[in-house]
Each structure stands twice: as C-alpha cells, then as structure tokens.
Design a protein around this ligand. Structure first.
Ligand SMILES: Nc1ncnc2c1ncn2[C@@H]1O[C@H](COP(=O)(O)OP(=O)(O)O)[C@@H](O)[C@H]1O
Ligand SMILES: [Mg+2]
Length: 232
C-alpha cells in the first residue's frame, strides 16, 4: 500500500489547521474502511492532545519539526498518541505512508525548509483560511511556498485546496471569502462554518462525526473529505 499525504497548513495560527486536520482525517477513515494516520508536526501539540484522549479511532504521531530534525530519542505510546523523535522525519512519514491509505499532517505555522520538504512529499496541500486580512497575507506566503515545492518537482504537484475556515456568514468578510480566495488561482473548497460543535468536539476529545453526527459541522467536514478523496 502507498497512501496519500495530505498536508494541512498555513503560516498563521488560529486558522483552523488542527481542527480541519483531525476532522478530515477521521472522516477519511470512512468508518474504518480506510486506514488513516495523523502526524502532528506542530510543537504546540494540539492534534496530539486531541488524540491523547483515545476517542478518535486513529493514532496521532507527535513528530514536531523542531525536535525531530536533530537527534532522535526513543518512542513511547500513550492512549491514542505515539510520540518520540526520529532522526529522519521524512523516513517516519514514508513508513506511515507505506501502511496507511492517508497520512494527514498538521503543519506548524512557520516558513521553513521542513515545511517545504513536507509539501514536496505531499499529494495535496490543504490550506484553511479565515476571512481576516492577516490570514490572507499569510496565505499569500503559503502559496509562494507551494509554488517553490512544485518547482522542485516536475509533475505540477502537490495539488492545493483553499478551505474557507471558521466562516461566519453574518459578517461582510464571511460573505465574500470564496470570491477573495478564488483570486489565489487555486481550487477553493466549500466553507467550514464557525460552529460550536467544533469547539465542543475538541473539548470532548472527539471529532464532529462522533460528537455531533447530525450537525452541520459534520456535514461540512464530510463534503471536504469527499473532495479530498478525489485528489490523485
Ligand atoms: N470551524 C470552527 N468553528 C468553531 N471553532 C473553530 C473552528 N475551527 C477552529 N475553531 C477553534 O478555533 C481555535 C483555533 O483552531 P485550531 O484548529 O487550533 O487552529 P490552528 O491549528 O490553525 O492554530 C480553536 O479554539 C478551535 O476550537
Ligand atoms: Mg494547530
């Protein structure tokens, strides 16, 4: 088996990267029909904390860039989270890719060679963007990084999907976010709304599909997962 690598990132915190990464990963499992691993590359450890409650049905591998690029240290297991450094981040992701259908990487909000390397390895770069002007600036830089990654390959990959995130349609910016994102020239996914079910699911250590299966929040994540599955 050789799975697809889905890298979730943007160069700003709070855009919904970890929320999209965890919920997308859980939706891609398709009730256990597919195997999915999450890699938490962000030293903040949001995805790892989420997985630590053991409620996600998948393993979150804590492989923060800062710690994993130097010397390795031993691995440990704790309730849904596998942590431990490795001298070679890429080799660890390759290993996960070899025995999962999808590897979803929650990237840290930083401009680094480590991110560039992750994008070069990825099939798809998922970029959550909120309607704030600061996000749009960060997204411009994220797209530049994407273009650098594509220049290092000869197949036009990775694909990219801009995801309007935490969208509140009552605000002017929330009403026009799709139009603004289309100007980046990359595909734009249907929006993920600002919904309390996402906050409450995180608090419970669950994803929205188990915490609130009939919610709009879950419906939007399933739509996103269906689009991601179609990417080659
Ligand atoms: N669609 C959403 N609806 C409501 N709250 C959200 C949504 N997405 C993220 N949040 C909340 O916003 C905060 C930041 O989200 P997070 O996914 O951790 O962002 P990032 O990983 O980009 O820093 C968290 O408190 C999270 O629960
Ligand atoms: Mg995060």
């Amino acid at each position: 088996m050789s799975g697809k690598i889905i890298a979730v990132g943007n160069l700003k915190g709070g855009t919904g990267k970890s929320t999209v990464a965890i919920n997308l990963a859980c939706a891609l499992r398709n009730g256990g029909k597919a195997t999915v691993a999450v890699v938490d590359a962000d030293g903040q450890g949001t995805a790892s904390d989420w997985g630590a409650k053991g409620q996600l049905g998948l393993t979150v591998h804590a492989l923060p860039f800062e710690e994993t690029q130097g010397t390795g240290h031993g691995a440990s297991h704790a309730n849904g989270v596998e942590s431990g450094g490795t001298a070679n981040w890429g080799a660890e992701v390759d290993r996960l890719k070899a025995d999962h259908d999808f590897v979803v990487i929650d990237l840290p909000p930083q401009l680094s060679d480590a991110i560039l390397n992750a994008l070069v390895a990825a099939n798809l770069f998922v970029v959550p963007v909120t309607a704030s002007g600061a996000d749009l600036k960060a997204t411009t830089k994220a797209i530049e990084l994407l273009q650098r990654a594509r220049a290092l390959r000869d197949d036009g990959r990775p694909a990219c999907l801009l995801v309007p995130s935490r969208v509140d349609r009552r605000t002017a910016a929330g009403k026009e976010i799709e139009a603004v994102l289309h100007d980046f020239g990359e595909p734009v996914a249907p929006a993920i709304g600002q919904r309390t079910a996402h906050v409450d699911a995180f608090t419970a250590g669950e994803w929205v599909g188990s915490y609130a299966p009939r919610s709009a929040a879950h419906g939007e994540i399933e739509v996103l997962a269906a689009i991601v599955k179609r990417v080659k």
